[in-house]
Structure formats: C-alpha cells, structure tokens
Design a protein around this ligand. Structure first.
Ligand SMILES: [Mg+2]
Ligand SMILES: [Zn+2]
Length: 252
C-alpha cells in the first residue's frame, strides 16, 4: 500500500530532459557551426563550460549579437507535451509540487527559453553555471563552481563545474522540507550522482538511449541505487509517466 504523497519535489535536468535539445551546442549549431565543430574536436582537452565561454567570445568577435543568441534559444526544440506535463503537475490539486532545476547549461540560456514557453515561474530555484550579458553584448559564462575555489571532490566522478548530487542535498537542507517523494528527470552522465542519492520511495524518469541509462544499467547496483526507475524516449512518454504517478489528483 503506497504511502500518501502530500509534498513532492520534481527535479529537472534541462538539456535533453526538460528541453528537447542541448542549449550549449544548439547556439553554435545555429549561429556558427564551425565553432561547434571545433568544440566537438577539442572537448577532451578542456572543461566544457570553459569551452562554451570561449566559443561565446568568438561569436562576439564575429559581430553576433545578444538578439541573435536569444533568437536561437527561442527556436530551440521544446516539446509541447513537456510543457503540458509540467503545467499539469504544477497545478495539480494534490500533491503540492516544488520544482528544482539542476543544469550544466547556464542561467541566461535557461531563463530565456523558459520565458519563451511561458514557464518562467516553474522553478523555485535554478542551480546552474553563471552567465551575464556585458554591456557590449558578450555573454560571459562561468562555471557554477569557481575553478579557483574549493572543488566538490565528488566520488561518483561529476564534472568539475557542478556536482548535482551535492547541489540536490544542499537544496534539501536549505528548504528543510521533508518531501514524501522526489522525482528526478534526467538523461546525462552527470544526472547519475543525484539519482544515487534518492530513496526507495523516489523515482528517476530516465531518458532512454543516453548516458544516464547506460550508467544506471552498468553501475546502478554497485553504486547503491535504490530508487525506482522509469524510462521514456519522447516527451509524450515522460508526460505519460507523470500521469501514471500514484497519488496525483489533477485539477479538472
Ligand atoms: Mg541533460
Ligand atoms: Zn557528484
């Protein structure tokens, strides 16, 4: 018999999870595919967020404007079923749902895209890399975790810019709320660490055919993954998963 769920937390990765593309790569695919190619060829040598920051400096030197970048973000693929799904969860009569975003993109990309979809009020917090426009129209991006400060030293092997597992724990501590259920929606290798921290009443909605699925299959047991796992490929299937969650009463 499932326990009542009064309060739940839904955690979303952004790229390929809430959004149907990778924003870091998309901007260059739209505006400068040669830079995109260079990033792909050199990504083993540099930290990814640093590489994005460098690519954005090159865009700026070419005269590509803030409006060009915002325009590219607004046309990035975003599935209507995902918009429907999160709005239905947000407005459901029960349970009361809090949304958190944990992402390796950046706050400017994410807020620009959310605004264009009418989802600017979805998240209680967005924890991601730091970005700001300077007056000349350059988008300056920095790692969430300053490379000159203390590092996360995560044993699961998270990228240097952010450990989503530690960020999830910090969020739970900050809010001091006992969530009856946590649902984590993710696709990437760096979504594995927070998944391992979930309890047996929690659930990962894992996008199929991507790194998170492989890590869950290959390392899940060994790493002590105890939460439930459901898989989806298209956003319409993620929506289906949300609808089938026990203890959800939708507003009519
Ligand atoms: Mg992702
Ligand atoms: Zn980690």
């Amino acid at each position: 018999m499932a326990k009542q769920v009064e309060r739940q937390l839904i955690v979303f990765d952004f790229d390929w999870s809430l959004a149907d593309q990778d924003s870091d790569r998309w901007v260059f695919e739209v505006l400068a595919p040669d830079i995109r190619r260079k990033m792909k060829n050199t990504k083993e040598e540099y930290e990814w967020t640093d590489l994005v920051a460098q690519g954005l400096r090159e865009l700026h030197e070419r005269g590509i404007t803030r409006e060009d970048i915002e325009g590219a973000l607004r046309i990035m693929p975003f599935h209507p079923a995902m918009i429907r799904a999160v709005k239905a969860m947000k407005t459901a009569a029960k349970p009361q749902t809090t949304f958190l975003c944990l992402s390796s993109a950046n706050n400017v990309y994410i807020s620009t895209i959310l605004e264009s979809k009418g989802l600017q009020d979805l998240f209680t917090e967005i924890v991601t890399n730091r970005a700001e426009w300077d007056p000349s129209g350059l988008l300056k991006v920095r790692r969430h975790l300053d490379p000159n400060g203390p590092q996360h030293n995560c044993p699961v092997g998270c990228n240097p810019n952010i450990c989503k597992g530690q960020e999830l724990e910090a969020f739970l501590k900050r809010h001091g709320t006992d969530y009856d259920r946590i649902i984590y929606v993710g696709d990437g290798s760096n979504d594995f660490c927070p998944a391992v921290k979930l309890r047996s009443q929690d659930m990962v909605l894992c996008r199929k055919y991507r790194s998170l699925e492989h890590r869950i299959t290959q390392e899940g047991k060994k790493a002590g993954l105890v939460c439930q796992v459901r898989y989806w490929a298209g956003a319409w299937e993620a929506e289906e998963n949300f609808r089938q969650l026990p203890n959800v009463v939708e507003t009519s």
